[in-house]
Design a binder for this molecule. Structure first.
Ligand code: ZN
Length: 189
């Protein structure tokens, strides 16, 4: 499976001039939700990710919202449960009756890993309940190899997207209007 092609086919690799939530500007934007909206594609990605893990977990855990659909598909491929964490008043936690048992083997699954912040927060939830993090998986790796999660980590597609400060953005210099991703239909690749 070519993950990049899957994103292009589904209009999920956007090209243009984007104003990111970080305040930086970029010329490309990945919208995983547009690929995961296709159940067949989501299932394929889940199978491919599960195959990246040498160890079968007892359950898959994902941070909401980004990790929900792909976490579910990875769990389906393993034949195990899928739980998710939510952020309430800034604190990442398990709700809805989800509870981890001490010693359970947990794989954390997300759509994209960039800074690794959310991944590490989910690791903390696992460890606080006495369960074991056995690894992390994501569809897209945007870490540029600069991240050490201190756990096995694998992804299906490594992507490097340059982001500029507004004053250094070449697209701004060319007078191209910047838009917030998702604010309207954007040009496909
Ligand atoms: Zn710009």
């Amino acid at each position: 499976m070519n993950v990049e092609e899957l994103f292009v086919e589904n209009g999920a690799l956007l090209k243009g001039h984007f104003l990111l939530s970080s305040g930086l500007h970029s010329d490309r934007y990945l919208q995983c939700a547009l690929v995961l909206a296709q159940p067949g594609a989501a299932e394929k990605l889940g199978k491919a990710l599960a195959a990246k893990s040498a160890v079968k977990p007892d359950l898959v855990l994902s941070p909401a919202m980004g990790g929900l659909m792909i976490g579910h598909e990875v769990a389906r491929a393993f034949g195990v449960r899928h739980y998710f964490t939510e952020r309430v008043d800034g604190v990442v936690q398990l709700r809805r009756g989800f509870a981890l048992k001490p010693g359970e083997k947990v794989i954390v699954v997300e759509d994209v890993v960039t800074t690794g912040k959310s991944t590490k927060e989910v690791f903390e939830v696992v460890r606080a309940s006495g369960a074991n993090v056995i690894g992390a998986l994501s569809i897209i790796d945007r870490t540029d190899g600069a991240l050490d999660l201190r756990a096995p980590y694998a992804a299906l597609w490594k992507v490097s997207i340059t982001a500029w400060k507004p004053e250094e953005c070449p697209l701004c210099k060319n007078g191209i209007p910047a838009i917030k991703p998702g604010s309207r239909v954007m040009e496909k690749k």
